[in-house]
Design a protein. Sequence first.
Lengths: 329, 155
Amino acid sequence: MNRRRFLAGVGAAAAATTGYGAVRVADVRPYDSGVPAEDLGADPTPRERVLAAVRHLFEADHRSVTRVTVESDWTGAAPYRLTRHRELHEHSRRRHTHVLTTFGNGAVRLDRERDGVDARTISPYATINAYVHFVDATLADPATLPERFVFHVDDGRIAYDRDAPAQAVGDPVTVDGGYAGTAPADDFERPLFGEPVRPHRAPWTEHERADATVTYRLSGADAYARAVPLPFVPVETIHDDAAVRATLDRDSGRLLRVVDDRHLDVDVGVDRRDVRSVRQRLVAEIDRYGDATAPRPDGRYGGSPRGSFLGGPALRDRLVALAHDLGTY
Amino acid sequence: MYRRTVLAAATATLAGCGLAPSPPSTNGYPETPPNAFFEFGWDPDGSAYVVEFARGNRLTADNTGALRVRVADATPDGDAVTTPWVGAVDGVGDDGSGDPRADFPLSPGATLRVPVESPGPVRVVWVAPDADRSRAVGRWRRESQPTATPEGEGS
C-alpha cells in the first residue's frame, strides 16, 4: 500500500514537473495586455495619451509597417521611396520578426562617387541591426536593389537572412539560403524596434478628430528634438516645420498611425563639414493588436532546411533556448 | 527515505520558478538613447570652448551613464583633453580628468566651459548607463565651420 502510494506520488510529481516545464518551454503564458486608456487618469493630456500608446507597443502583440519616402534632398531625384520596415512583435511569446527593405541609395551613392559620404546620413532606422542593413544597401550596386534583410529574435538565438527573398507585407516571412543563418543572442529579450516616440515633456495638440480616431500633433524644432529618436543621424539643424502626428483609437487609446515629417540639416561629409538639407516622411501603420504572431521564418538556413535537429547550429541554438527557458522562467 | 529524497529533489527542481509565467512588460521602453544636440563657441579671451546643451531630452542617471567633452590636440604636445560633464561609469574613462562638472539631471540650456591650451576639434560623447556603448552626439571644429547647402541644389 505504502509502496503504491509512494509510486503514485512520484508519478504525479514527475508529471507535474514535466507539464510545468513543457508549459514554460512552449511559452504558453496567457495574458491580457489591456489597453492604454485603462492606465490613464481621468483627464489625460494629449502627450500622456500618446506616450501611453507608444509604451503599450512594448507589451501588446502587434504588427507595424513603416514606409519612408524622401520628399526632398540635394540630388534632384526626390521624391523617391527609401525603405519599408515590417515588424511582427509577439511579446506574449518573446518572439520578434523584422523585415527591412531598402529601395534606393541614390543620394548616398552620388556623393560617395564624388567625394565620399557618411551612409548614416539619411538612415531612418533606429536599431543597430537595421543600421547595418541600411549601410549595406546604400553601398550596394543600385542594380541589386531593393535589398532585404530579415531577422528574428526569440529565446537565446537570432535567425537572419541578409539577402532575403521578396515578400509582400501580408505574406509569411521567409528566408532563403546562403546568407541565412542562426546564432546565439544574449540580448534577445529586447524587442529591437526602436519606439517611434520617446518619453518627453513637449506638448501635443489635438489635430483632428473622427468618429473612431483622434490625431495629435507635435511640431517645432525643440519639441521634435525631444520626441523623435534620431540615434544615427549627425544632425546639425532641425527645422521648425518638423512635426509628428499620432493617430489613436479613441476607445482603446491604442496607436494606429504615426506620421513623422522630418526636416533636417545633416552633416553628410566624410570630413564632417558638408551640411545638406533633407526632408523625409516616415509613416508607420500599426495593427493586429493581440493577434499578431512572429514565428521563426520558414526557409533554408545555411543550406539546412529550417535547421536540423540532427546537426548544425539549429540544435545548439535550440538547446540554448531550452536551457534559458528552464533556468529563467 | 525515498519520499524525502523525491520531495527534496522536486523542491530543488522547482526552486526559482514562479507559479505564474511572467507576462510581457513595458520595462524596455524607451529602447533608444536620449537625443542631445549641442552648440559650440570659442572664447579667445579665456582660451576655452563654451558648449551648450541646446535641445533634446533631459539626461538622467536612468538614460545616461556619462557625458564627456573631448578636445583633440588640446595641448602644445598634441594631447587630447577629456572633461566629464555629468555622470560617471565605473571603470570607464578613469583618466584622471576629475569629477563631473554637473549633476543629474542635465537639461537643455546647460553650458560647460572647457579650458584648453589649443582649440582642436571638439566632440561631446554620450555613454550608456551600462557603459556598453557610446557615441559622439556633437562635433565642432573652430577653424572651419560647415555651410548649409539649400535643398535641390546639387553640389
